[in-house]
Design a protein around this ligand. Structure first.
Ligand SMILES: CN(C)C(=N)NCCC[C@H](N)C(=O)O
Length: 264
């Protein structure tokens, strides 16, 4: 199994994250101290995403990354490989994303002298507390919603990227840096617009159970969110998600493509 795609995915995910971090922190007006935890986690997750995507395409089309410019895969194969990558990355992402959401939502003012410390003191303490208080399965709270969010939308992500690259690149050639940046950025925006409704539900499921269980499941969470807040609830955060998605994914695709070209 070729591993370059896993390594390129690892590095490009970390680079994309550096750009996305300020948006992620602003998103919930919370604080998410330090970058080492997000960098480490996103690098692993991106490596799974790109590695599984490329290796699934290899199985489906019998072409390696280098051969795909001359023999472009069909959009159906791209979509299926993207969905497979999205499905598997969601499971790796689930515990990291849960910790991120729990820390971001911890918006109590920072400890004043004499006040009690925050519930979670950092990523490791957060993971250990969830494990202790909610059991090992607690670390995967919201994982189904995350899988439903990522499986189709990562398919859309790769279709948009490939479609735009093909549109603006002469046949058989590699796309230019400008094309990769724009196609990557738009792939990020389109997929995040599609992902936002389930992103809202996923975050609510991840916060559920902290004090008491409110929702019986994904459907119940959807229905009660719509009842209480109307359909607009599904678009909460869509602007910040899109603003973050462009630079993050432009840089992720540019570094991924160039690392693979560089390694031949
Ligand atoms: C819409 N979704 C879930 C995606 N397109 N996922 C693929 C990776 C996105 C990138 N790591 C990011 O954080 O934007």
């Amino acid at each position: 199994m070729p591993v370059e795609e896993f390594v390129a995915g690892w590095i490009s995910g970390a680079l994309g994250l550096v750009l996305g971090h300020p948006f992620d922190t602003v998103k919930l007006l919370g604080f998410f101290k330090g970058m080492s935890f997000p960098i480490a986690s996103i690098a692993v997750v991106n490596s799974v995403l790109f590695g599984v995507y490329s290796n699934t395409l290899l199985v489906l089309t019998a072409t390696s990354h280098q051969e795909r410019r001359a023999q472009p895969p069909s959009y159906t194969h791209i979509f299926l490989a993207g969905c497979t990558g999205g499905f598997l990355q969601a499971y790796c992402l689930a515990p990291f994303d849960l910790i991120k959401v729990r820390l971001q939502n911890q918006t109590e003012p920072r400890a004043q002298p004499g006040s009690s410390p925050p519930r979670y003191q950092g990523p490791v303490h957060c993971a250990a507390s969830i494990f202790r208080e909610e059991g090992p399965r607690g670390l995967f709270r919201g994982a189904w919603a995350l899988t439903l969010r990522d499986t189709p939308t990562v398919g859309i992500y790769f279709i948009t990227y490939e479609g735009l690259c093909r549109q603006y690149t002469p046949e058989g050639q590699n796309p230019s840096s400008a094309t990769v940046l724009v196609a990557g950025g738009f792939a990020g925006i389109v997929s995040w617009v599609a992902a936002t409704p389930l992103d809202v539900i996923k975050s609510r499921m991840q916060m559920d159970g902290l004090r008491r269980r409110v929702y019986q499941g994904i459907l119940d969470c959807m229905v009660s969110s719509i009842r209480q807040e109307g359909l607009g609830v599904f678009f909460r955060g869509v602007t910040i998600n899109s603003a973050r998605a462009f630079p993050v994914n432009a840089v992720t695709f540019l570094s991924y493509e160039y690392l693979l070209r560089w390694w031949g």
